[in-house]
Ligand binder design. Structure first.
Ligand code: FBP
Length: 549
């Protein structure tokens, strides 16, 4: 390991807090059989042995039984999220508490390492170096999609060789979907290997009644909010720039909404609202230009605009264009080998007339970004689309028109930012350090009670950690059928921002005031030491979702 900073040394000794139900021996209490959120008949037929399982809740057990050692494999899958190392250290401590001779193997660089048999044994010495640290560098991560029977069989060979009884896949909605498919395959074929998922993603879109938040969201949004706050202070000092800040988060706007609640910017776009109101790009541009003009009339030629990275997919006309492009790219694998001009020509010639017209009207750079390779799960790589520049360019033009019409008197100097990678590997907040450790420790208990096809679940998260509820949720319960790479596939349903949810309503109640007045808040850096109200605050999203005020 590289030289440790003073903070790393101090954080190494932090002991994450566990829910009281996991303090000693546990027993699993079964709930009623479950159903998938939609498309029950299709999901049931695709998951005949793992469909309909009950929700499991762990309670303290008065009798502790002696269990045999268990060997477990772990994979980090997809984008980094703060706290991944604590899931692994919780899992390690959990299986060692079950039996000190249990062993943990980490597959290297994501699901690819599992298929290619690349692994290391995670010893106490290695684990101790990574406790409470950010990043996924303990074993690395990757985006290889586990979907083919040959991959499952190849992976099984190494599981058998290492006598691994269970595999824990730490990932987002797509990786947990794959965990469910793998669990079903191993169970249906009596492979003797359990598969457990863990809810990871800074995007916050892997959540439902039982999974209140994915890990990493808390830390990442605190890091972005710190920097947005710093920009706002700069902007309120110099009073001369409009800052267009794009925020990661894929399709859902949870990150943008959370950052808006923490920093009170002048404008924040919520993609889900854009879709619901059937807004065009021109509507969004007009709205922001009007705010800029009103502030300018008060002498304020500065401000901040937050933009969720997935915006483009939610503008109804763009959504149709992207859906047609997805199918076209999936069906024409030769597309990637064409040169730039030929690709544009190909797209314009093959799209339906309406979509071709929209494609042609976009700035060439943005149009091209829409045709870049999809990720292995068929998603448009929205982090590569420069929406912040697209918007500010269009707003600049609109303001010039307004000036000519005597409707705007200010000066418009835009600056652009994209915050994403800055927050994904930050050292976890106390919340994420505790939550992740509990998810990993809880996964060990799920393995010990024989569960497979379950996601590790720790809930009641807006309460102190001792009161958190630990257990397992059948992954099939979260699934529905969606179109991916041109075909209908079973996938975990993504949670988008709910426009009737308390976090959005809180934002909507205040946004007009935040737009015209300057009401910035400056959250400052994550604090690890000090009063609980500073160090142990959950995200605003979690707070508003679970508290009445
Ligand atoms: P996950 O769904 O894998 O957690 O993705 C998180 C994320 O940070 C998204 O917000 C972003 O769009 C994407 O990863 C970027 O992908 P990459 O790391 O491959 O550049």
């Amino acid at each position: 390991m590289t030289k440790k900073s003073a903070l790393q040394k101090a954080r190494a000794s932090y002991q994450p807090k566990l829910p009281s139900a996991l303090w000693g021996a546990v027993k699993a209490v079964e709930g009623a059989p479950t159903e998938s959120v939609a498309n029950q008949t299709e999901i049931k037929s695709l998951f005949p042995t793992t469909y309909g399982l009950p929700v499991l809740t762990f309670e303290k057990n008065t009798v502790s039984k002696v269990s045999a050692p268990i060997n477990v494999g772990v994979i980090l899958s997809g984008g980094q999220a703060p706290g991944g190392h604590n899931v692994i250290s919780g899992l390690f401590d959990g299986i060692k508490a079950i039996n000190k001779d249990s062993r943990l193997y980490g597959f290297l660089m994501g699901p690819g390492g599992f298929v290619d048999h690349k692994y290391i044994e995670l010893t106490a010495k290695i684990i101790d170096d990574y406790r409470n640290t950010g990043g996924f560098d303990i074993i690395g991560s990757g985006r290889t999609k586990l979907e083919k029977v040959e991959q499952f069989d190849k992976g099984l060979e190494i599981l058998k060789e290492l006598n691994i009884k269970a595999l824990v896949i730490i990932g987002g909605d797509d990786s947990n979907t794959n965990a469910a498919i793998l669990a079903e395959y191993y169970k249906a074929n009596n492979a003797g290997v359990q598969v457990i998922g863990c809810p990871k993603t800074i995007d916050g879109d892997l959540k439902n009644e039982m999974i209140e938040t994915s890990f990493g969201f808390d830390t990442a949004t605190k890091v972005y909010s710190e920097v947005i706050g710093n920009i706002q202070r700069d902007c309120n000092s110099a009073k001369k720039y409009w800052h267009f800040i794009k925020l990661m988060g894929r399709s859902a706007s949870h990150i943008a909404l959370e950052c808006a609640l923490q920093t009170q910017p002048n404008y924040c776009i919520i993609s889900e609202e854009v879709e619901q109101k059937n807004m065009t790009l021109a509507d969004i541009v007009n709205d922001i230009a009007n705010v800029i003009a009103k502030r300018a009339a008060n002498g304020n030629n500065f401000g901040t605009v937050l933009i969720p990275e997935g915006l483009i997919e939610f503008i109804p006309a763009m959504k149709k264009l992207i859906a047609e492009l997805n199918d076209m790219l999936a069906a024409n694998t030769q597309f990637a080998s064409l040169d730039r001009a030929a690709q544009r020509e190909f797209v314009l010639n093959n799209l339906s007339a309406d979509n071709a017209a929209i494609f042609a009207s976009l700035p060439e750079g943005v149009a091209r970004q829409l045709t870049l390779d999809r990720d292995p799960h068929g998603n448009v790589q929205v982090s590569l689309i420069e929406t912040e520049k697209l918007l500010s360019e269009m707003i600049g033009k609109r303001l010039a028109e307004m000036k000519a019409a005597g409707e705007y008197v200010g000066k418009f100097s835009p600056l652009h930012h994209f915050f994403g990678y800055e927050g994904r590997c930050a050292d976890p907040s106390n919340f994420d350090a505790d939550y992740c450790y509990a998810l990993g420790y809880n996964a060990a208990q799920l393995i010990n009670c024989g569960a497979t096809g379950y996601m590790s679940s720790v809930r009641n998260l807006s309460k102190p950690s001792v009161q958190w509820i630990a257990g397992g949720i059948p992954i099939t319960m979260m699934m529905n059928m969606e179109r991916r790479n041109g075909e209908m596939k079973p996938v975990i349903q993504k949670a988008l921002v709910r426009l009737d949810g308390k976090p959005f309503l809180k934002f909507a109640e205040n946004r007009e005031k935040w737009a015209i007045d300057t009401c910035y808040t400056y959250p400052g850096p994550i604090q690890y030491f000090g009063p609980a109200e500073v160090c142990d605050q959950t995200s605003r999203t979690l707070y508003y979702e679970h508290n009445s005020k």
